[in-house]
Design a binder for this molecule. Structure first.
Ligand code: C2E
Ligand code: MG
Ligand code: MG
Ligand code: MG
Length: 288
């Protein structure tokens, strides 16, 4: 009886595995036509100066509106798109759309776009980005490319070569999810970053978790001595904001200011984010 139950459970488990694998295959297939079907959308999340809440830029975050499943999370579809190389068309679409929106004066300051390791592996990446800037008329000084350590570690020499090319064009480079990789320090040492994005896994745990506080202080000290500005990701509470400001962090991004929103909502959300920041600053000043 025990054995039979166990066998049943295993069969059910394999059945589920098959179902999950089938879903993945179907999603991967649907992704191939997501760009041409107009199913992708960019949402924009504001970035602010911690001191006074001045909005200094926005990050473009991809959304997939699947015809049957509705909105699928990037955490689910980006890895799939990377396995099948669909990310190449999708990533190019994201760059072009973000640059077009920014050039049309509909976004504040710098526009940050995430780049997949797969895109980074293409020999024509710099040329593609150059063409997009020409087509959209966006000044390269307003474009920031976000890369992670994984993107750069595959081939350091090549990675360095590409980053230098982009920088020579006037584009800035941000290191995304800093602190979550295997060799964050050596990456900082080798590559010419213009910004460090402190990962939200640390920000989430401040100010109560002493270890997280120590890590955040260390990253801020590192950024300070290397003269690379640090932007804290995932700021949700005023306690987090207050800690980061007190420790000398210059910029931030997170639900405290604004959630990622469609382009049409950006102007309204800028006003709201600045109002929130001013209220925080007043409360902090009153408490001192
Ligand atoms: P990421 O680049 O690190 O983006 C930050 C993620 O944190 C976003 O998730 C954002 O919505 C979320 N976030 C922002 N503020 C807060 C906060 O206060 N609290 C919490 N809990 N979360 C916050 P999202 O939009 O789901 O994107 C997830 C990841 O998918 C991104 O992480 C990025 O790695 C990838 N991704 C998104 N768009 C693109 C794209 O166009 N191209 C590529 N290659 N990857 C993308
Ligand atoms: Mg990012
Ligand atoms: Mg990040
Ligand atoms: Mg991330």
């Amino acid at each position: 009886r025990g054995k039979a139950t166990q066998r049943g459970a295993i069969c059910a488990y394999h059945g589920e595995m098959d179902a999950a694998a089938r879903t993945r295959r179907a999603l991967a297939r649907d992704l191939q036509s997501a760009v041409t079907n107009g199913e992708l959308e960019l949402h924009y999340q504001l970035q602010a100066l911690l001191e006074d809440g001045t909005i200094c830029g926005a990050e473009a975050l991809m959304r997939w509106n699947h015809p049957k499943l509705g909105r699928v999370s990037p955490a689910d579809f980006i890895p799939l798109a990377e396995e099948t190389d669909a990310i190449l068309d999708m990533g190019e679409w994201a760059l072009r759309t973000a640059c077009r929106d920014a050039a049309a004066g509909r976004l504040p300051g710098t526009i940050a776009v995430n780049l997949s390791p797969v895109q980074f592996g293409r020999a024509d990446l710099a040329e593609t980005i150059h063409a997009i800037l020409l087509d959209t008329g966006l000044s390269p000084q307003r474009l920031e490319i976000e890369v992670t350590e994984t993107t750069l570690m595959a081939d350091q020499t090549r990675g360095l070569h590409i980053l230098r090319k982009l920088k020579a064009m006037g584009i800035s480079i941000a290191m995304d999810d800093f602190g979550t990789g295997y060799s964050s320090l050596s990456t900082l040492h080798v590559f010419p970053f213009d910004k460090i994005k402190l990962d939200q896994s640390f920000v989430r745990r401040i100010p109560d978790d002493a270890a997280a506080c120590a890590i955040v202080r260390t990253v801020l000290a590192l950024g300070h001595s290397l003269r690379i500005p640090v932007l804290a990701e995932g700021i949700e509470t005023s306690a987090q904001w207050h800690f980061l400001l007190g420790e000398g962090c210059s910029k931030g991004q997170g639900y405290l200011y604004a959630r990622p929103v469609p382009l049409a909502q950006v102007p309204a959300i800028i006003e709201m984010a600045e109002a929130v920041a001013q209220a925080e600053a007043r409360t902090a000043a009153a408490a001192e």
